[in-house]
Ligand binder design. Structure first.
Ligand code: NZQ
Ligand code: ZN
Length: 388
């Protein structure tokens, strides 16, 4: 086990009706002027936005709402929101939605606290975030784990570059999680969420580090729970027990705990971001598209690790490590397909990737023009990315 720091300051409020506590919670953290961010309208149609603003009013807080965040959230929208937030005099940002809304809210918090800086400077790593505003979350979609993570992902639509920013300033102050708020999710989003939650653990699990028993067991338990309950949720998004397990797993999967004591890999996320930036496909679908190809390409870097995954998560009984590893990969890909998630380029995009030139261009983009490698289980350079 390597040394580590774990910092998870987010207060979690989990259960039915918890959204009604948003106002009091924000007030208890010193909020007076709350900037409420939401997406394309699902929270308006469900009545959630009204409940949240009523709770802010009851707590005596001034607020302003801004809707319209799109999935794979855009830099231009975040910049506009920052301007409005500065004009309003925001001292607290409240996200009501899924990962895209939360990540935009984090951008608004950084931009409002640093009015002299264009926010893309933070995402392009030209500047470091040294101050921000507190962000609260009312979560409507279990997937990205942004409600407790240190990360936020934006897409620069002019350059078609999708970038993540990791900083402890991205850790929300609180996360309200009522599984009932996810009942209205379309089946496709449930599938995307299950894949993304699994991937936040898988992208940590495939590591060369040995002797990390507790972290391994936490990861394997989380994966088994998500796989079991994902199969229920995809058929019935009104199953409170299944949606609860998935929602809680979504936070634990990406708050750091499933990878403590080992180096992370995250190659699949990097490959997925390239696909989303080019085709604007949903994040979870981008991950299911590339995982099987990635796993088949890298497992020989340590078949025993993939065999452990196959045996403990999928109950594979094969004694030979290589065969067990291959069986585990096959079962994972079949599970993604059972959720109606794409498992190849042609399934993921209407047009697919037709020419070798296109694939090379994406590999070049994913390697930041040949200046970086991705992953650590097997370090992948531009050529490996192309092969995958
Ligand atoms: O916009 P509305 O109308 O609200 O509809 C959304 C959106 O169309 C809908 N939705 C959300 N909650 C709903 C609902 N529809 C009905 N009922 C509800 N309760 O779902 C659609 C997708 O929403 P989005 O927020 O985009 O999904 P998700 O939570 O999967 O977030 C994806 C984004 O998060 C990033 C991804 O790259 C992507 O940009 N990620 C962020 C991470 C982080 N900050 O830690 C880590 C992840 O790995 C990921 O990269
Ligand atoms: Zn993800």
């Amino acid at each position: 086990m390597h040394g580590f720091t774990q910092y998870t300051p987010t207060r979690i409020i989990f259960g039915k009706e918890t959204q009604k506590q948003a106002g009091e919670l924000a007030k208890s953290l010193g909020a007076t002027k709350v900037f409420v961010v939401y997406g394309g309208g699902s929270v308006v149609r469900s009545g959630l936005l009204d409940q949240v603003t009523a709770s802010l009013q009851e707590a005596g807080l001034d607020y302003m709402t801004i809707g319209g965040v799109k999935p794979n959230p855009r830099l231009s929208f975040a910049r506009e929101a920052v301007k409005k937030s500065i004009e309003f005099g925001t001292d607290f940002v409240l996200a009501v939605g899924g990962g895209s809304v939360i990540d935009t809210s984090k951008a608004v918090a950084h931009g409002t606290a640093n009015p002299e800086t264009d926010i893309w400077e933070f995402w392009s790593k030209k500047q470091t975030v040294t101050k921000s505003l507190p962000v609260g979350v009312v979560l409507t979609l279990a997937a990205a784990g942004s409600e407790t993570s240190d990360s936020a992902v934006l897409t620069n639509e002019d350059t078609k570059i999708k970038r993540g920013l990791s900083t402890d300033f991205n850790r929300p102050a609180f996360a309200i999680m009522n599984p009932e708020l996810t009942y209205t999710l379309p089946k496709y989003q449930v599938g995307c969420g299950v894949v993304d939650i699994m991937m936040h653990t898988l992208d940590r699990y495939f590591t060369q580090t040995e002797n990390n028993e507790l972290t391994d067991e936490i990861a394997e338990g989380l994966l088994r729970t998500v796989i079991r309950n994902g199969a229920v949720a995809i058929k019935d998004s009104h199953d409170y027990n299944a949606m609860s397990e998935i929602m809680w797993a979504g936070s634990l999967s990406h708050n750091g705990i499933t990878g403590l004591g080992a180096e992370k890999d995250f190659a699949v996320h990097q490959l997925g971001h390239e696909l989303s930036a080019k085709f604007d496909i949903a994040h979870g679908a981008s991950l299911s598209t590339v995982w099987g190809a990635w796993a088949a390409y890298v497992y020989d870097a340590k078949p025993a690790r993939f065999a452990q995954y196959a045996r403990r998560v999928w109950n594979v009984e094969e004694a030979d490590d290589v065969k067990a590893a291959q069986e585990g990969i096959k079962k994972t890909v079949a599970y993604f397909a059972s959720l109606d998630m794409p498992t190849s380029f042609s399934e993921a995009t209407e047009i697919g990737l037709k020419t070798d030139e296109e694939v090379k261009k994406m590999a070049h983009g994913c390697s930041y023009e040949g200046t970086r490698t991705i992953g650590s289980f097997k370090v992948c350079d531009e050529n490996d990315i192309y092969e995958i």
